[in-house]
Design a binder for this molecule. Structure first.
Ligand SMILES: C[S@@+](CC[C@H](N)C(=O)[O-])C[C@H]1O[C@@H](n2cnc3c(N)ncnc32)[C@H](O)[C@@H]1O
Length: 208
């Protein structure tokens, strides 16, 4: 199921109104954070775009590590939360309210991050390729999403094969944009009160 901006706005607003909380667990996804800390350990932080940034958990974490982050999302309420989170963390995150299927950064970017953006495959394939083309020379692409294996073996995420990702999809997008793929693997994520772990897919690629 794909949502529209109003539905995302309502979802973020409801989480804030009901419990003063966020839809997504605060703090970065562990696998994404570990990948950035390991693979990019020697990289001097530069410009970064967090694509479909939502409430900004990755944008804020990256900004705290010195990246100059643009957080792009079409949910104004999500971006309000992202700015609050950035202010709370004492970091700067520039927010851009835009449909990422139509938006492009002004210049090539040192790090492009996109986590859990699940759109119909007809949109996803060209979009992921475009994200790869944004990467500057010596820059990086980090993608994280729900793997299609979730439907049979995992927990949570959209229950629609057409919007789910897998390693082949991510590899093709990155390689098609001229990037070297350093890793593209399934990652297990433990989920509270669920018998099975969630199965995510993570890609790290760079432009040589
Ligand atoms: C599952 S949330 C993930 C948020 C964030 N990346 C994270 O991991 O916490 C998906 C986000 O994608 C945004 N989104 C979906 N389609 C979009 C589009 N076409 N353009 C911009 N944002 C979009 C939604 O507003 C939502 O904030």
């Amino acid at each position: 199921m794909s949502r529209n901006p109003q539905e995302w706005d309502d979802r973020y607003a409801a989480a804030a109104a009901e419990c003063g909380g966020t839809v997504w667990t605060p703090g970065p996804n562990r696998a994404l954070a570990a990948a950035v800390e390991q693979e990019l350990a020697d990289v001097v932080p530069g410009t970064c775009v967090d694509v479909a940034a939502g409430e900004g958990r990755h944008a804020v974490w990256l900004a705290a590590r010195g990246w100059r982050v643009q957080a792009v999302d079409y949910s104004r309420v999500g971006l309000d939360r992202a700015r609050e989170a950035a202010a709370g963390a004492g970091v700067d995150v520039q927010t851009v309210c835009a449909d990422v299927t139509e938006w492009d950064p002004a210049e090539p970017v040192d790090l492009v991050v996109c986590a859990f953006l699940h759109l119909p495959s007809v949109t996803t394939r060209p979009l992921l390729h475009r994200l790869g083309t944004w990467v500057a020379p010596s820059g990086w692409l980090v993608l994280l999403g729900h793997d299609a294996a979730n439907l049979l073996h995992g927990t949570g995420g959209p229950q629609d094969a057409d919007v789910l990702w897998d390693t082949d999809l991510l590899r093709e997008a990155a390689a098609g944009a001229g990037l070297e793929v350093l890793r593209a693997d399934q990652v297990r994520r433990e989920v509270t009160n669920a018998e099975r772990a969630a199965i995510d897919v993570l890609l790290v690629a760079r432009r040589n």
